[in-house]
Ligand binder design. Structure first.
Ligand SMILES: NC(=O)c1ccc[n+]([C@@H]2O[C@H](COP(=O)([O-])OP(=O)(O)OC[C@H]3O[C@@H](n4cnc5c(N)ncnc54)[C@H](OP(=O)(O)O)[C@@H]3O)[C@@H](O)[C@H]2O)c1
Length: 253
């Protein structure tokens, strides 16, 4: 049995579908179960984690961006060890643990990644770049100006996660990007062209960004998020999906 946390979210929902398509028995963890294959689980409720992890061999670990502390991940890793889980695939973020202007980026992701790596459980860490799906927000708030990002289709993240969950990627940290680096205004222009309607982008002054996220924003503004890797194609054996291809599939959403 595979447990998918964040199963109602961007990548977890796609991971579930891909595993179901492969015929793998799956349990989705959510605070609001609505399907027969869902289980109640709240990262803040250790008993619910033990229950969700009962009989689980591999888990996809996604924690929410609203709380930039590692507590949820630490609780999950402890419960997974207790339950005898054999493999954890954790969704982290590009740049986590790098230093920029004397600050460590995304220290919560770094602490959580390290907890998974030190758990004694087989692990894979995924560090994706900006999700293409961020462009589906209305309006799009742009904190990174004209800086480019290796923007990635979350379906590619999910496909890599599934390969890692099935096995053969233990002890690997993958930096997952799309094939081309693009700025937020460039992404908006492409999506607007495909839709035939302009995408509203609101520029955000980095001075007003929440301090918890500011170093990451400044890192990206300095161009460090423009990296493009071949990790997606090396794991999947096909090229990563480009932004325009993704946009054509999401023109109506
Ligand atoms: N967006 C990007 O560009 C980007 C780039 C790189 C990395 N990331 C990373 O990707 C991760 C996911 O971000 P996202 O925006 O795509 O979120 P998401 O996966 O769409 O949503 C978060 C999920 O977390 C679950 N959740 C929230 N609080 C929970 C709790 N207390 N207990 C159990 N489950 C809880 C929610 O499930 P329920 O509400 O159903 O319980 C939901 O399924 C974050 O760590 C973020 O840093 C994002």
């Amino acid at each position: 049995m595979f447990l998918i946390t964040g199963v109602t979210g961007t990548t977890g929902s796609l991971v579930r579908q891909l595993l179901v398509d492969r015929g793998v028995p799956v349990r989705g963890m959510t605070r609001n179960p609505s399907r027969a294959d869902d289980v109640f689980g709240d990262f803040a409720d250790p008993e619910s984690l033990s229950n969700a992890l009962n009989g689980v061999t591999a888990a996809y670990l996604v924690t929410a961006p609203e709380s930039p502390v590692p507590d949820h991940d630490l609780a999950f890793v402890a419960a997974a060890r207790q339950a005898g889980v054999q493999r954890i695939v954790r969704l982290s973020a590009i740049g986590s643990g790098e230093s920029f202007e004397n600050e460590v980026l995304a220290p919560h992701h770094l602490a959580a990644d390290e907890a998974v790596m030190d758990s004694g459980v087989e692990w894979t860490v995924l560090r994706p770049s900006m999700f293409a799906t961020n462009m589906l927000r209305t309006p799009v708030f742009n904190m990174t100006g004209d800086a480019k990002h290796g923007v990635i289709d979350p379906a590619d993240i999910a496909a890599v996660a599934v390969e890692a969950l099935v096995g053969g990627h233990a002890g690997r940290v993958y930096e997952l990007t799309g094939p081309v680096a693009m700025s937020v205004p460039e992404q908006a222009a492409v999506l607007g062209e495909v839709r035939g309607a302009a995408v509203e982008v609101v520029e955000v002054d980095p001075a007003v960004v929440d301090p918890a996220w500011r170093s990451g924003v400044m890192w990206a503004r300095a161009g460090h998020g423009a990296r493009v890797t071949d990790d997606v194609s090396r794991v999947l054996g096909r090229p990563a999906v480009g932004f325009e291809q993704w946009a054509r599939g999401h023109a109506l959403t």
